[in-house]
Design a protein around this ligand. Structure first.
Ligand code: MG
Length: 379
């Protein structure tokens, strides 16, 4: 496997975007734009090097706190010099390939990153290109002429290179003032492959671009998933509570509260999605206050914590594991009850059931187990 470095260029001042700090450090749908750009490469890159502008150390630390990448290096007066500084800093790590990317393109997809890496298997350089869809005009002293767009293409980043080849080109043509690295590759006569760019991989420059990107991110969003598990054992009785529904049965479930294993698992799943501990922490079984408590109280609390954390619960899925009672006749009532408690559309609530084919404690009908998954969307 080639050793892959991502070089993120964040040295600009980004003045056209407005705002007090350079645009790459500003929050885009809740996270700094630079951080979004860097995180896009985390899965495929063995090394991540960011190039920052003079006096941007504090902003960098605030944006990238606790993210594992190489210490930032300072940029130069122009983009070409900034990239060169980054490439030189990577030299001691000996990468095979380098993906050079503008921090102002935080919406780069993993598919595009993969295409760039794949193209470098038999090329020295890979460039994402897109056709020009709009009709182009050139203005000269208040008059306009139409520019034929035949053959015109838009270049994006990440631009991928064999590391040694692009470093050599940067050193050789340091005196040229070029706006992208592919221009250096052309000068150096490298073998260049084109790959498909993506419209969503927009370069964020103006306040309007920020608004567009935030809308796009809003449609996707930052989703977090939590998982919960619970089990309660049977005791003599005549009904059980499961997923907020009272079911006549020849046993009851034993527990400090109403022992609703389904709602307990679901409560833990929601707490898990927002990193808020577990049900036992919030409602200690040692506290007499919760004796016989209806489990909807626990679920309501988890829902409130999710909302206070800035999250919106968007989906949940509960699996009940038991031989008896049969869950199917109660499934729709359980979905409706959970949907009501969580203020969710019923389409976003799933309740499933299974047996363990007679195996284990649920198979021996000693009790009921439940698993749940909850998905919470953050801005
Ligand atoms: Mg429990």
């Amino acid at each position: 496997m080639p050793r892959i470095a991502a070089l993120i260029v964040a040295a600009g001042r980004g003045e056209r975007a407005g705002g007090a700090s350079p645009k790459q450090y500003r929050a885009l749908a809740g996270r700094p734009m630079l951080r979004r750009s860097v995180e896009a490469f985390a899965e495929r890159a063995d090394l991540i090097q960011v190039v920052i502008g003079a006096d941007q150390g504090r902003e960098y630390e605030a944006a990238m706190a606790d993210f594992d990448c190489l210490p930032p290096v300072g940029g130069g007066a122009a983009r070409q010099q900034s990239v060169r500084n980054g490439l030189e800093a990577l030299a001691r790590h000996k990468p095979d390939l380098v993906l050079i990317h503008d921090a102002a393109r935080p919406l780069v997809s993993s598919a595009l990153i993969d295409r760039a890496i794949e193209a470098l298997a038999d090329a020295d350089a890979a460039i994402p290109l897109l056709p020009v869809a709009d009709t182009l005009k050139r203005e000269t002293n208040g008059t306009w002429t139409t520019v034929p767009r035949d053959g015109l293409l838009r270049a994006q980043t990440p631009q991928g290179f064999r590391y040694d080849a692009i470093l050599k080109a940067h050193r050789e043509f340091a005196a040229r003032d070029l706006t992208d690295d592919m221009a250096l590759a052309e000068l150096a006569g490298l073998k260049i492959a084109s790959i498909a760019g993506e419209d969503i991989n927009m370069k964020i420059t103006t306040p309007q671009d920020f608004a567009t990107a935030e809308r796009l991110l809003g449609a996707g969003g930052d989703f977090r998933t939590g998982f919960g598990f619970d089990a309660h054992k049977f005791a003599p009785g005549d009904h059980i509570w499961l997923c907020g529904v009272k079911i006549a049965h020849d046993k009851m479930l034993e527990g400090h509260s109403d022992a609703d294993a389904g709602l307990h698992a679901l409560t833990d799943a929601i707490l898990g999605a927002v990193g808020a501990g577990d049900i036992g922490q919030h409602f200690p079984p040692t506290d007499a206050k919760w004796r016989g408590a209806p489990s909807c109280v626990f679920l309501e609390h988890a829902k409130t914590l999710a909302r206070e954390a800035g999250g919106t619960l968007v989906h949940c899925d509960v699996t009940l594991i038991c031989e008896r009672p049969k869950i199917a006749p109660h499934r729709e009532a359980m979905r409706a009850r959970i949907a009501e408690m969580l203020s969710l559309d019923i389409a976003r609530v799933s309740v499933k059931a299974t047996t363990t084919e007679g195996m284990g404690f649920t198979g021996r009908r000693e009790g009921i187990a439940a698993q749940a998954v909850a998905t919470v969307r953050f801005a």
